[in-house]
Ligand binder design. Structure first.
Ligand SMILES: [Fe+2]
Ligand SMILES: [Fe+2]
Length: 455
């Protein structure tokens, strides 16, 4: 049973979990508990975990506004709002959609009664939902990059039926890709969950080997870094952000930085736009790391620590987006145009991915500060028109500004379908001149102006 608490203290959480265990026989290890401090944070969590069984929220007037929004977005999830005695009388008669107000005068008993009623009328279930069972999916396209295969590969025939398709050590080549991906339209194949650690350590050692190859193979480094970005995204979604997954992410970032070296160049970065095909997020992230380091260099911020921060931010900035098509949208306006095709979940996924990505970054051990800030601010705009917070330029950090300018540059190139030869940095700056006239953005625009044109 998955429960998400919002703004509830630990004593209260423990009490409610004890009620579930003692009164309803749900052992502690069967409860998946998560929590958020604010409603906004909770909405970010729900984007990635929409299968939560019950939301329990503390009460305040501001919180109620957020709870109502959550209720509208997730009408299928029962929401319990815990009221203290002083407001109980005022609110106790209100029942809005899936929200139930519960007085906390005798918290344990009230909660037990609520659970009993909800189980009886079927709004709450204690059984675990059927997931992919003991399998973890992996994108079919990725397998070419992981060939020879690091583990056995399975194909899914029905909800619970998987058969082995290829063995560890087999080669998954272009012909296999055509057969399964292009002809049979199989988007995902599967590996056993208990072999995930093995897969991660093999990908990690591939990265270590690539770092040692002499002479260094930049194209191979980019390709392996993009592949592991895709794998990390799937693993976070399916098996969580374990220490091994975190280490793979950090190794991949090291490889990314090595792939462009100490003197990244805008035009050579842009030459690689054509490498961005269907693994959009992976390649987009690697390319963005390079472009962000180019912009930082022009602003005289080219220390290894800065490169590492920007590359880490690039790796994680879109990691919370599951769908490559959603990641290719850059603004809420673009999303509106695509909304009917992508469904209602897409708007939430797009809006909250900066918060979700920054929450993941905060879990990383031993990384420099500010990376989470760059991730959470990467869709903000200097004039305050961005998201998720609508910050203006005075609240956007200097490295976030570097990252946003690099992101804009990539967007500009893609929108105009340019290649590096036709890219003109002055035309790019002209397009964004109304926004880049303030604070750090103004300084960056001046630095970019001086960048030599392509010969
Ligand atoms: Fe993004
Ligand atoms: Fe992005």
């Amino acid at each position: 049973m998955k429960i998400h608490f919002i703004h509830c203290n630990k004593e209260l959480r423990d009490l409610l979990c004890t009620v579930l265990e003692v009164r309803f026989g749900i052992p502690h290890n069967k409860l998946q508990i998560s929590d958020s401090e604010t409603g906004e944070e909770a909405r970010g969590v729900l984007v990635l975990n929409p299968d939560i069984d019950l939301i329990i929220s503390g009460h305040s007037r501001e919180m109620m506004e957020q709870v109502k929004k959550i209720s509208a977005d997730y009408p299928q999830i029962p929401i319990l709002v815990l009221l203290n005695q002083s407001v109980h009388q005022e609110f106790s008669q209100q029942k809005v959609m899936n929200i139930t107000m519960l007085g906390m005068d005798d918290a344990g008993t009230s909660f037990a009664n609520y659970i009993e009623t909800s189980l009886a009328n079927g709004t709450l279930q204690t059984s675990e939902k059927q997931e992919d069972g003991s399998f973890c999916r992996i994108r079919t396209l990725m397998l070419v990059r992981m060939s020879p295969l690091k583990t056995d590969i399975f194909i899914r025939l029905s909800e619970n039926k998987f058969i082995k398709l290829m063995r560890e050590g087999d080669f998954f080549d272009g012909a296999d890709l055509e057969r399964y991906y292009q002809v049979k339209k199989v988007e995902h194949l599967y590996i056993k969950k208990d072999e995930v650690d093995e897969l991660i350590s093999k990908l990690g050692s591939d990265i270590q080997l690539t770092l040692k190859i002499k002479p260094f193979d930049n194209a191979l480094a980019r390709s392996r870094a993009a592949a592991s970005q895709e794998v990390v995204r799937e693993l976070i979604d399916k098996v969580g952000f374990s220490r091994m997954v975190q280490d793979l992410a950090k190794d991949s970032v090291r490889l990314t930085v090595a792939s462009f070296g100490a003197k990244p160049d805008i035009y050579s970065a842009l030459m690689r736009l054509k490498e961005m095909k269907s693994e959009y997020i992976g390649f987009h992230s690697i390319l963005l790391a390079e472009l962000a380091c180019c912009v930082a260099t022009l602003a005289q911020w080219s220390s290894p620590a800065t490169f590492q921060k920007l590359a880490l931010a690039a790796f994680f900035h879109d990691v919370a987006i599951k769908d490559n098509e959603i990641a290719a949208l850059w603004t809420p306006a673009e999303l509106n145009d695509a909304a009917s095709r992508l469904g209602p979940g897409a708007a939430r996924e797009l809006k909250f991915h900066p918060i979700q990505g920054s929450e993941l970054v905060k879990q990383l051990k031993e990384i420099p500060p500010d990376v989470d800030i760059i991730v959470v601010q990467h869709h903000e705009r200097p004039d305050g028109s961005g998201y998720p917070r609508g910050l203006t330029h005075t609240y956007i950090g200097p490295l976030s500004a570097v990252f946003i300018v690099a992101h804009d540059m990539l967007s500009y190139m893609l929108a105009w379908q340019m290649d590096a030869k036709s890219f003109n940095i002055l035309s790019f700056l002209e397009t964004y001149k109304d926004e880049y006239c303030r604070g750090h953005f103004k300084m960056l625009a001046k630095a970019l102006e001086k960048y030599p044109r392509q010969a």
